[in-house]
Design a protein around this ligand. Structure first.
Ligand code: SG7
Ligand code: ZN
Length: 263
C-alpha cells in the first residue's frame, strides 16, 4: 500500500517511547521560518500538481495522525516544478494539530504558530522504484506543508471530517475514495518557502525537500474539533488518550538557507 505504512509504523514506535532517544542530523525538521532571513530565488518555479482523485484508497489512524493514502504504483497523482528537478508521486497526506487553536503546526513563520498543518507526502518516481528506496535518499521525498487557520468551514475538508468518527481508534482503517487532495491547497501555490529537511517522525530521514505554502487555508473550529476527537489509543486500551499535539518540536537551522519563490 501507499508508503508501505506498516513498515514505517514499526520504525516510528521509538518516538512514542521518548523523542529524545532518537538521534537527528544537521538538516532536521520542522523549523521556524524567519521571513527576513529567507532568500528570494527567481529560479524557483510554480508548483505543478496533477492529482487523480481515483488514486485515493483509504483513511487510517496510525496512532499518531490520520493518513489518507493514495495508490502510488503508477504516476497518476504527481508533483513537479517548484524547487524540484524530478517528478514526485503522492502517497499520502496527513495533519498535525494542537489541543487548542493557539498551536499545533510543526513549522512556524516568524514564530507564529498555526492550529494545524497539512502534509502532502510525495516520493521521487523518476529516480526510485519504491517509497522505501526513496526515503533513504537525499532527493527522495517532497512534502508540501499547508497551514490551517480557524475561520470559515472548509467545504472540501468536510468529506474527510465526516469519515473520521469511523477511525477514532488507533489501527482502524476504512475505505476512502475519490478525494481530490488538490482541494486542500491554497488558491495561490506560486508563493512558498523551500528548504532541505527531514521527516518529522522517526526514522527522521534527511530526505525531504520541504515546500511550505505562504498562503494558509481556513477551516472551522468545529472541523478541528473532530480532529481532536480522534484517539492515540486502540479500542483495547483502558485509558483513552485524545489525539492532540502530534507535532515535533522545532529543530535548529544549522546553516541551512530557506529560499522563497516570492519577494
Ligand atoms: C505521520 O508523519 C505519518 C507518517 C509519516 C510521518 O506520522 O503520516 O506516515 C506513515 C506512513 O506512517 O511518515 C514516512 C512518512 O511519511 C512523517 O511525515 S512528515 O515528515 O511529513 N511529518
Ligand atoms: Zn507530517
Amino acid at each position: 500500500t501507499a508508503c508501505s505504512s506498516k513498515y514505517v509504523l514499526s520504525q516510528m514506535h521509538p518516538m512514542w517511547q521518548g523523542p529524545l532517544a532518537v538521534p537527528g542530523g544537521d538538516r532536521q525538521s520542522p523549523i521556524d521560518i524567519v521571513v527576513r532571513k529567507s532568500v528570494f530565488d527567481s529560479k524557483l518555479k510554480p508548483l505543478e500538481t496533477e492529482y487523480d482523485p481515483q488514486t485515493c484508497q483509504q483513511i487510517w489512524n496510525n496512532g499518531y495522525s490520520f493518513l489518507v493514502e493514495y495508490d502510488d504504483t503508477t504516476d497518476k497523482s504527481t508533483l513537479k516544478g517548484g524547487p524540484l528537478q524530478d517528478r514526485f508521486r503522492l502517497c499520502q497526506f496527513h495533519f498535525h494539530w494542537g489541543e487548542s487553536n493557539s498551536w499545533g503546526s510543526e513549522h512556524t513563520v516568524d514564530r507564529r504558530l498555526f492550529p494545524a498543518e497539512l502534509h502532502l507526502v510525495h516520493w521521487n518516481s523518476d529516480k526510485y522504484r519504491l517509497f522505501e528506496e526513496a526515503v533513504m535518499e537525499d532527493n527522495g521525498l517532497a512534502v508540501i506543508g499547508v497551514f490551517l487557520k480557524v475561520g470559515k468551514r472548509h467545504e472540501g475538508l468536510q468529506k474527510l471530517v465526516d469519515a473520521l468518527p469511523a477511525i477514532r481508534h488507533k489501527g482502524s482503517v476504512v475505505e476512502f475514495t475519490r478525494f481530490d487532495p488538490g482541494c486542500l491547497l491554497p488558491t495561490n501555490t506560486d508563493d512558498y518557502w523551500t528548504y532541505h529537511g527531514s521527516l518529522t517522525t522517526p526514522p527522521l530521514n534527511e530526505s525531504v525537500t520541504w515546500i511550505v505554502m505562504k498562503q494558509h487555508i481556513e477551516v472551522s473550529h468545529d472541523q478541528l474539533a473532530v480532529f481532536r476527537s480522534l484517539l492515540f489509543t486502540s479500542a483495547e486500551e483502558e485509558v483513552q488518550k485524545s489525539m492532540v499535539n502530534n507535532f515535533r518540536v522545532q529543530q535548529p537551522l544549522r546553516g541551512r538557507t530557506v529560499r522563497s519563490s516570492f519577494t
